[in-house]
Design a protein around this ligand. Structure first.
Ligand SMILES: [Fe+2]
Length: 173
């Protein structure tokens, strides 16, 4: 039923609306696999919402999936440094090569609390230039309220993770 200017009209599709190769729009109330998710790509770097797959009233889920990188000849595929003031960012690295990170492997989680600046590791921006595509698979949850860390979670903390943005020169001085 479609509502227009206060009136309700019936509207019947000839086929199921999801019986298509590509669907750009709401998927509620259906669930679908990350392997069927296709982000929007562009000539220059696209903002993080292109990766958004699901949204609740207090969180979003973004899926980082195999895709073409930015294809302007002068584009830098690595993301820009940023601080997300609206949400914490929890990233789960599932598979593939994580271009913007130096020491992150499959199965690891990162947590960047809201407002804390973060971005590509040293050398990652330069390394990304000229790259055409990625095979990465990662899931990000952005809760709008601060995440509380359990003592169990603290046990698997990589204590010197914050140092991974420091260059070799900074580490030795
Ligand atoms: Fe971020």
């Amino acid at each position: 039923m479609i509502k227009k200017r206060g009136m309700i009209y019936p509207y019947t599709y000839a086929t199921h609306p999801f019986d298509v190769v590509g669907w750009d729009g709401y998927s509620y109330p259906y669930a679908f696999s990350i392997f069927n998710f296709e982000p929007i790509t562009g000539r220059i770097h696209m903002p993080p919402p292109i990766h958004q797959q699901f949204e609740g009233h207090n969180f979003v889920i973004c899926s980082f999936v195999p895709r073409m990188y930015d294809y302007h000849p002068n584009a830098i595929p690595a993301p820009y440094h940023h601080s997300n003031i609206d949400a914490d960012e929890i990233l789960y690295y599932v598979d593939g090569d994580f271009m913007s990170r130096n020491n992150i492997g499959k199965g690891q989680f990162t947590l960047h609390p809201a407002g804390v600046p973060h971005g590509p590791h040293p050398g990652a921006i330069e390394r990304s230039i000229g790259k055409k595509e990625t095979q990465e698979l990662a899931v990000m949850i952005d809760p709008f309220k601060p995440l509380k860390i359990t003592t169990e979670a603290l046990k698997c903390e990589v204590k010197d993770y914050y140092k991974s943005w420091m260059t070799q020169e900074q580490l030795t001085h």
